[in-house]
Design a protein around this ligand. Structure first.
Ligand SMILES: [Zn+2]
Length: 212
């Protein structure tokens, strides 16, 4: 980022200049790809939109939190990259028997009563986020196609591979062949020590991923 700008006459022969070296193959207007798929350490913060309440299609009221996960990967290009999750909600899924907000609370090491109020879950989450605790998040890539009006790409493998083993942030919609930008989605939250502590599998067994 330029700190200070000064007008110059580029034909002034007394001017000196820095050397510039660039990658002739690089795309100047490409935007950075999302962090790679897989597990990352991240600090969880409450996103600018905070908490909202709404009503599901079946009439059930719920509260949802907007979470910002800041990836902790010192030395990597995606260090400090934010990944947003706009649906950490209190709707109990018939599939899992729990909700994403409880899953995030568990990842943050908080225990909550199995029978409680949505507002109490939201307050517990708010309090837990103030500590800026580290968790492990599982990231998957998704591509939303504006032409098709839906998510037509699931997984980084659907985006073109790059020479360094990664994937380009822009791919081709399999349905309409239009351009689709990759977005990172958080599909699970786990305690940051899950699987890292000695005897990982058994010590992490008391925690559940949040499937959806
Ligand atoms: Zn499409």
């Amino acid at each position: 980022m330029p700190q200070q700008l000064e007008a110059i006459d580029i034909n002034d022969l007394s001017l000196t200049s820095e050397e510039v070296e660039f990658d002739p193959q690089a795309e100047a207007f490409a935007f950075p790809p999302p962090p790679p798929e897989g597990d990352h350490l991240a600090v969880l913060l409450l996103g600018p939109q905070g908490f909202k309440r709404g009503t599901a299609k079946d009439g059930r009221p719920f509260i949802t939190a907007y979470i910002e996960a800041r990836i902790q990967a010192p030395g990597e290009r995606w260090d400090d990259r934010p990944v947003f999750d706009n649906f950490v909600d209190t709707l109990i899924s018939p599939f899992s028997g729990t909700c994403r907000m409880v899953g995030v609370l568990k990842a943050l090491g908080r225990t909550v009563e199995a029978r409680t109020k949505a507002l109490e879950l939201a307050r517990a989450l708010h309090a837990a986020l103030l500590s800026q605790s580290q968790v492990s998040i599982t990231v998957k890539w998704r591509g939303y196609c504006q032409n098709c009006g839906g998510e037509t790409m699931k997984g980084a493998r659907q985006f073109p591979a790059t020479a360094d083993g990664g994937h380009r942030a822009v791919g081709e919609c399999p349905t309409c062949k239009g351009e689709v930008a990759a977005q990172a989605r958080i599909v699970a939250y786990k305690p940051s020590n899950a699987g890292i502590t000695p005897g990982g599998a058994s010590s992490a067994a008391s925690f559940d991923d949040v499937p959806f």
